[in-house]
Design a binder for this molecule. Structure first.
Ligand SMILES: Cc1cc2nc3c(=O)[nH]c(=O)nc-3n(C[C@H](O)[C@H](O)[C@H](O)COP(=O)(O)OP(=O)(O)OC[C@H]3O[C@@H](n4cnc5c(N)ncnc54)[C@H](O)[C@@H]3O)c2cc1C
Length: 503
């Protein structure tokens, strides 16, 4: 582990090894940062949680080098396949969405198994020499001075511990101690509806299984049911409970099977995990208090109707990791960390509002409301693909398009990822050439890059990649034609910082 200049135990302490904390630890450690990762549980949560992820998350996990490890626990329909169907009470489909290829080099939407994915992230992490992964460490007390943070608590056998780090990030979930001890309020609402969440194993499962109809939603008044086919023969059911089912259906296997059979009589499921749950929509009033920051569920929780909980947490840490590194390496002042809040909080607010809106669409309370939802969605179904695309739960219109923060002229949106030919003529995804830090890509045939202002130059580390069109890569499919004649500065989270004309 690298020595930290002010004799702290590490550069960054991360509290919580859920998917968000694990991803942050990987992003920091792979770029030379020393990390202490505290987690109270020996194993990942076994409760049914996220099943939907997107191309932004997959691209971040690509940067962490873990895509191959998680591939067995992920499933995505091919471009053009139906991935989402709304059905009426009789089971007739009245609205569907197809998989889009997307622009980030991965399927726009995919389903996955959260617990084994977390296991895979954990096993990738233990190979990183820059990380001390302190499992069985329950954090109780957090303090900070102007130069460091201190984390104190107890191990499972009751031994006290105390460590210092220059910065501390709370990835410790919805009941975050970090958020509470940093004095950050968490306003929002608790939704009144109770849902039964089930993960089942389909006993008829066989190799070669596909996404079939993808996600199916039966949109009946007060009886919404959602099902999601998952990898390895698993299936998720999310059932809106009637008042008389609250607290009872969860423990009644026969009644659960009967309820499932109404929608899919062909299934023969074994119930693996179950939980009755009420969702919340809350967001921290700020994401930073001095040297303490929060990310993932510690900073925001949302109902899962837009599948934007975990994926937003991964966006958080992709945004935060390189900023922490730039400040720790003294390339940038501490004030760069303020742009984390500026860039992430407004976008997350939109995702929460979207989820609340979709909740209203998915949970009609009366026959009249159900009829209105059906009419509304049928109308959208009939619209041209370009407009209908705005109702897809993935893709460009859900991605951040930054207007403020650490960006320059022409910046703020993701740099696309397509296959290009490298200097040896091999087809590779562009990100493999970009590396893990900043990248300057000259798309002009002129060999001289555009010159960035000094304020921008200071962002760049020694490891910045400089790529020249025609020398380091070529673009036979013209996938990057929109950048012709430009020098593009790309941040480590793949957001374009600045576009300048090369000549
Ligand atoms: C039913 C359901 C469906 C969902 N579906 C989706 C979906 O389809 N797509 C999606 O993107 N999201 C979905 N989500 C949300 C998603 O699961 C969460 O957003 C995600 O798991 C949050 O990850 P995290 O790492 O921020 O927090 P967590 O996974 O909660 O991890 C926090 C970690 O911190 C540890 N910890 C907490 N306090 C301490 C302490 N004091 N000391 C040491 N360790 C501590 C905990 O043990 C835990 O391991 C769903 C959630 C639910 C409940």
């Amino acid at each position: 582990m690298r020595e930290t200049p002010n004799r702290c135990d590490a550069d960054v302490a991360i509290i919580g090894a859920g998917p968000v904390g694990l991803t942050l630890a990987l992003l920091l450690a792979r770029n030379g940062c020393s990390v202490l990762l505290f987690e109270r549980h020996a194993k990942p949560f076994a409760e049914p949680r996220a099943v939907g992820i997107d191309d932004e998350t997959l691209r971040t996990w690509q940067a962490c080098g873990v895509l191959e490890t998680i591939a067995p626990y992920m499933l995505a329909g091919p471009a053009g396949a139906v991935v989402f169907t709304y059905r009426d009470a009789k089971g007739k489909g009245f609205f569907s969405l197809v998989q889009n290829k997307g622009s980030l080099g991965h399927p726009e939407g995919a389903v996955f198994l959260q617990p084994p994915t977390e296991e895979a992230l954990r096993s990738a992490l233990v190979k990183e020499s820059n990380v001390r992964f302190l499992v069985g460490h329950e954090v109780a007390q957090l303090t900070q001075t102007s130069t460091e943070t201190r984390t104190e608590g107890q191990t499972l056998d009751g031994s006290p511990f105390s460590y210092t780090a220059r910065y501390l990030v709370g990835c410790d979930g919805a009941r975050s101690q970090v958020r509470e001890q940093a004095g950050i309020a968490f306003p929002g609402i608790d939704c009144p509806e109770a849902w039964l969440i089930l993960d089942v194993f389909d006993n008829e499962w066989h190799e070669g299984f596909t996404l079939e109809q993808g996600v199916e939603v039966w949109c009946e008044p007060c009886r919404t049911t959602v099902t999601v086919p998952l990898p390895c023969g698993y299936r998720r059911w999310e059932i809106l409970l009637r008042k008389d089912e609250v607290g009872t259906l969860v423990n009644d296997d026969a009644a659960i099977r009967k309820r499932i059979a109404q929608q899919r009589p062909q299934d023969n499921p074994t119930i693996i995990r179950r939980k009755e749950i009420r969702f919340s929509a809350r967001q921290a009033e700020r994401y930073r208090a001095g040297r303490m920051l929060i990310a993932g569920d510690a900073a925001h929780v949302t109902p899962p109707f837009a599948a934007q909980g975990l994926v937003s947490g991964i966006r958080d840490v992709a945004n935060l990791a390189w900023k922490l590194i730039a400040v720790l390496e003294k390339r940038q002042p501490d004030a760069l960390l303020d742009t984390y809040d500026v860039e992430r909080r407004p976008h997350q607010r939109k995702m929460i509002d979207l989820a609340l809106f979709l909740g209203r669409v998915m949970m009609p309370r009366t026959h009249l409301e159900a009829l209105s939802v059906r009419s509304f969605l049928r109308l959208i179904q009939a619209l041209p693909a370009r407009i209908k695309g705005r109702f897809v739960l993935r893709g460009g219109h859900l991605q951040p398009h930054l207007k403020a923060g650490c960006i320059g002229p022409g910046g703020g949106s993701y740099f696309p990822q397509n296959d290009v030919l490298d200097a040896r003529g091999r087809a590779v995804p562009f990100d493999t050439l970009l590396g893990t830090g900043f990248a300057v890509v000259n798309f002009s045939t002129l060999q001289q890059e555009a010159v960035f202002p000094t304020s921008v130059q200071t962002l760049l580390s020694k490891g910045t990649s400089h790529l020249q069109f025609g020398r380091d890569f070529s673009d036979p499919d013209n996938a990057y034609a929109a950048f012709a004649g430009e020098t593009v500065l790309i941040r480590p989270d793949r957001i374009i910082h600045t576009r300048l004309a090369t000549s």
